[in-house]
Write a protein that binds this ligand. Structure first.
Ligand SMILES: [Zn+2]
Length: 290
């Protein structure tokens, strides 16, 4: 017997719905049906003799055939498992380092400007260095700072205080998510739902033209604007965003728009900190692929 511990169970409704929106296909051969079930079995891997397992998402027909073949009862949906990597980190009490909290701009020995990012969280410290190709080494610190702020804006980070200038070749500053700082704390985000040229429906969240918007794919299969709005509403509710209107404005070109607040902008604990922006504790990662 080369495989054992066969199992079959239904997928949660939200997983089936997501599969439908992204055109997922049954994992059995060339079947093109929508996956509604998962099948799982354990086996020995090749010559190394290690025990391994496979999980495959399959359609109703293939799921039921698998059940009959292996004399199984189809099980109830089970929650999605966190990845083994995440589970291992949690087991050892380690979190992934948090958001960027402090940055430094400096001129390297090879006469190029770099942006150094520091993050801390969950007992980890992490530092990364990023070349700033938009500014030449001969250019002054002030130009490098402008370039660094442009790069930071791509992740909606802004300086939370004036830059500190220890030397002419480097400067550093604490940074914070823009929506937690004076300039944008009281400004709602503009939300837009639209279908792009590739046929993908997307939710775009824009705090200001200065910043790269947050874009989330909603689906490119069996979609309508009504379905896109429903998916976006569920996502926003899960992430605790607060709409400023009860309804989306819909337009003849098939787009929908609405204003909303980031959870940090309505959470009383961040209100106490506002407009002081140095505190980066708490969740600022709201991207969460659904
Ligand atoms: Zn199938």
């Amino acid at each position: 017997m080369s495989s054992w511990d066969h199992e079959v169970y239904r997928l949660p409704a939200e997983v089936i719905d997501r599969g439908d929106r992204f055109g997922a296909k049954c994992g059995a051969g060339k079947c093109a049906e929508l996956p509604t079930h998962a099948v799982r079995w354990t086996y020995i891997t090749g010559r190394s003799g290690r025990v391994s397992y496979t999980v495959r998402r399959v359609c109703t027909g293939h799921g039921e055939r698998f059940a009959v073949k292996h004399h199984l009862t189809v099980g109830d949906p089970r929650p999605e498992q966190p990845s083994q990597y995440t589970a291992a980190l949690e087991a050892f009490g380690l979190g992934v380092a948090g958001p960027v909290q402090h940055v430094r701009v400096y001129l390297s020995r090879s006469a190029q400007w770099y942006l150094q990012k520091h993050r801390a969280g969950g007992g980890l410290l992490a530092t990364s260095n990023q070349w700033l190709p938009g500014v030449r080494g001969a250019e002054p610190l002030a130009r490098a700072i402008v370039e660094a702020e442009t790069v930071l804006a791509q992740t909606t980070l802004v300086p939370a205080a004036p830059w500190q200038h220890p030397t002419s070749n480097e400067a550093c500053v604490d940074v914070a998510p823009a929506w937690r700082t004076d300039g944008w704390f009281f400004q709602p985000w503009r939300l837009r739902i639209a279908c792009n040229d590739a046929g993908m429906w997307q939710l775009t969240r824009t705090l200001d033209q200065l910043f790269q918007p947050q874009v989330t794919d909603l689906g490119d299969h069996n979609m309508t604007v009504e379905r896109a709005v429903k998916v976006a509403d569920d996502l926003l509710q899960r992430q605790r965003w607060v709409p400023s209107n009860s309804d989306w404005s819909t337009y003849p070109d098939g787009t929908a728009e609405q204003d909303a607040w980031h959870p940090d902008q309505v959470d009383p604990s961040t209100w106490q900190n506002a407009p002081h922006a140095g505190d980066n504790s708490g969740s600022t990662d709201s991207e969460g692929a659904a």
